[in-house]
Ligand binder design. Structure first.
Ligand SMILES: [Zn+2]
Length: 278
């Protein structure tokens, strides 16, 4: 079915193709013990569990367009983040994409979020009225970064954003937390005292309104991909951060066009997991 849809997808508009892929995607987790499988960004998960739409300190948003499944350790860590954020006096955290019920590519073309080990958490520290899941469908938390990309928007940035990022780095199993370079720079410029946690906060494209929390391959899982090497020692407030701002002023020359490469295929074990009865 999915192959047929992919063939079809080449001949129709991308939006329709995405809708067709979404329609063909599994809607239930693959039963059985938890297995996290993947290579090169492509992967899947068996035995995923879903983050509830409401948990202490957390609310999902855009549930109709998002996926909230993950490894049980991922879900437990996110619930812990909600509890700790609430205890710190923060408003409920708005939760974005985790993974699909069985992982794999999700609409929007994420090359991560495929194995139940990634979560997008909005950096929205404004008080949130209590809204139904349906009323949260069209929420779009605003960017914290100035339009020129060089700094955070001082009208929006609050010390509580730094406190939330620190809480994220302290969760069990966190590999790294990705944010816009301007947000990382704001931390570099303002965090005093313990700065060791800055090592896990790394710059990435976009991520101006949310952080992406990436968890390590959980203990006991032998089919996880080699994730990128752990962040280097130090707070990362160095030339590696400046590189991102240099790109804004003098973007690197575009690569000479090469033959389009085929997107990597899902591992065979994942194709079986995707096709397994729910
Ligand atoms: Zn993400």
């Amino acid at each position: 079915m999915r192959i047929l849809v992919r063939r079809l997808a080449r001949s129709v508009a991308p939006a329709l193709a995405a809708a067709l892929l979404a329609a063909a995607a599994p809607t239930t987790p693959a039963p059985g013990p938890v297995r996290v499988i993947g290579t090169g960004g492509m992967g899947c998960i068996q035995g995923a569990v879903r983050l509830p739409d409401e948990a202490p300190g957390l609310q999902t948003i855009r549930a109709g367009k998002s996926a909230f499944w993950g490894h049980p350790d991922t879900i437990a860590a996110l619930k812990l983040l909600g509890v700790r954020a609430h205890a710190a006096g923060m408003p409920d955290l708005y939760m974005g994409d985790l993974s699909g019920p069985r992982g794999g590519p999700i609409p929007g073309g994420h090359m991560s979020h495929q194995m139940g080990l990634d979560a997008d958490v909005y950096l929205d520290m404004n008080p949130h009225p209590v809204l139904s899941v349906a009323a949260r469908e069209n929420l779009e938390p605003p960017s914290l970064v100035r339009p020129d990309g060089h700094a955070v928007d001082p009208a929006r940035w609050r010390p509580m954003h730094a406190a939330l990022l620190k809480l994220a780095t302290e969760l069990p199993g966190v590999d790294r937390v990705l944010v816009n370079a301007a947000i990382k720079k704001q931390l570099c410029d303002t965090v005093t005292g313990d700065r060791s946690w800055l090592r896990l906060v790394r710059p990435w494209w976009g991520h101006a309104s949310h952080m992406h929390i990436n968890f390590v391959c959980p203990a006991g899982q032998t089919e996880c991909p080699a994730r990128p090497a752990p962040p280097p020692a130090g707070d990362g407030c160095d030339a590696s951060l400046q590189w991102w701002f240099d790109q804004l002023d003098h973007p690197a020359k575009p690569q000479v066009a090469t033959k389009p490469t085929k997107p990597p295929a899902l591992p065979a074990a994942c194709r079986a997991i995707m096709a397994a009865p729910g």
